[in-house]
Design a protein. Structure first.
Length: 273
C-alpha cells in the first residue's frame, strides 16, 4: 500500500491547481480520508507559513474512483491579518467529488480550558494487529497496515450516561513522520475519517449496513504528532433515516485534547424486513 508520505505529496500543476497520486488500495472507492488529506495539503500550499489551519469542513459529493488521480482546485477566498480562508474542490473526470473550506489562523493569546481524557487502558496493554497472522486480519487492517490501531474492548470503555453509542481507539502511524507540524495535521485529516462511522454501529452489531462518509468537520486545538499514540474517543448521538451523526475527541498520550471531529455518514440498511 502507498505510504502516507506518498499520498500527501501532491504535484503542483498550476499556481492553485494540484494533483494527487493513484494510491495502492483494496478499496472500490477512493478513501474519504485520502481526499480530505490531499485537499488540505492543497490549501496549505497556498497560504503563508505563519498561518496554521485550525478547522476544515468538507462534503463528499460523489464516490471517488481509486484508479484515477484527483485534481484539486483552490480558491483564495480571504487573506486577512489574523485569518485566511481557502475553498478546495476535488475533481475527477470533470466532476466534483469533494468540496472543502479550510480556515487558517496566525494564533493569539486567550482563555484556556479543555475536556479531560477519559480513563482507558494503555495502548501497550491492547493487542497489536501486526503480531497476528495475515489470514486472521480483516481487510481494513491489511489496507491500513502502516497504522497501529488498537480498539478498547467494549467492557473497558467508560460509559457516559445517556450516550447510546461509544467507541475508543488508540492509533498512531507505525513509522517516523517528518518533523513539519503541518504534515502531522494533514496526516490527522487523513486518519480522522478512519473508524469514526463505526461508532454508530456499536449498538447494532448484527445489522448489515452500507456505510459512506457524507460530510466531515475537523478542528485542530493543540500541537501533536501522528506517529505518537493518540486516543480517538468516539460517539454517535443519533442515527435515523439511513444516516448517522458521529463525533470524536482526539487526545494525545499526556491527556491533551488536540482535535475534535464531527461527521455524518450513510448507514443504510442492506436488509429490509
Amino acid at each position: 500500500m502507498s505510504s502516507i508520505e506518498e499520498i500527501l505529496e501532491l504535484e503542483r500543476l498550476e499556481k492553485d491547481i494540484f494533483r494527487g497520486i493513484v494510491a495502492d488500495t483494496m478499496l472500490t472507492r477512493t478513501f474519504g480520508g485520502q481526499v480530505a488529506g490531499q485537499a488540505l495539503v492543497s490549501a496549505v500550499r497556498t497560504v503563508e507559513e505563519q498561518y496554521r489551519v485550525h478547522s476544515l469542513h468538507g462534503y463528499f459529493l460523489r464516490p471517488g474512483n481509486p484508479t484515477i488521480p484527483t485534481v484539486f482546485l483552490v480558491d483564495r477566498i480571504r487573506d486577512g491579518r489574523s485569518f485566511c480562508t481557502r475553498r478546495v474542490t476535488g475533481v475527477q473526470d470533470g466532476q466534483a467529488i469533494f468540496t472543502m473550506s479550510a480556515s487558517f489562523h496566525v494564533g493569539d493569546i486567550g482563555i484556556e480550558h479543555e475536556d479531560q481524557m477519559p480513563p482507558v487502558p494503555n495502548p501497550e496493554d491492547l493487542p497489536d494487529t501486526s503480531e497476528m497472522m495475515s489470514e486472521e486480519l480483516s481487510w481494513e487492517f491489511r489496507e491500513w497496515a502502516d497504522w497501529d490501531l488498537r480498539f478498547v474492548p467494549e467492557d473497558k470503555v467508560t460509559r457516559r450516561k445517556g450516550v447510546p453509542a461509544q467507541q475508543q481507539v488508540w492509533f498512531r502511524y507505525r513509522g517516523t513522520l517528518p518533523e513539519d507540524p503541518v504534515f502531522h495535521v494533514c496526516t490527522l485529516a487523513y486518519m480522522s475519517d478512519m473508524t469514526l462511522l463505526g461508532s454508530a454501529k456499536v449498538p447494532h452489531p448484527d445489522e448489515d449496513i452500507q456505510q459512506a462518509s457524507l460530510d466531515h468537520a475537523l478542528w485542530f486545538m493543540r500541537p501533536f504528532r501522528a506517529d505518537e499514540w493518540l486516543l480517538y474517543d468516539q460517539s454517535s448521538p443519533s442515527a435515523g433515516f439511513g444516516r448517522a451523526l458521529t463525533q470524536g475527541r482526539i487526545f494525545d498520550r499526556s491527556g491533551n485534547l488536540v482535535a475534535a471531529v464531527v461527521q455524518e455518514g450513510l448507514t443504510r440498511l442492506l436488509r429490509q424486513d
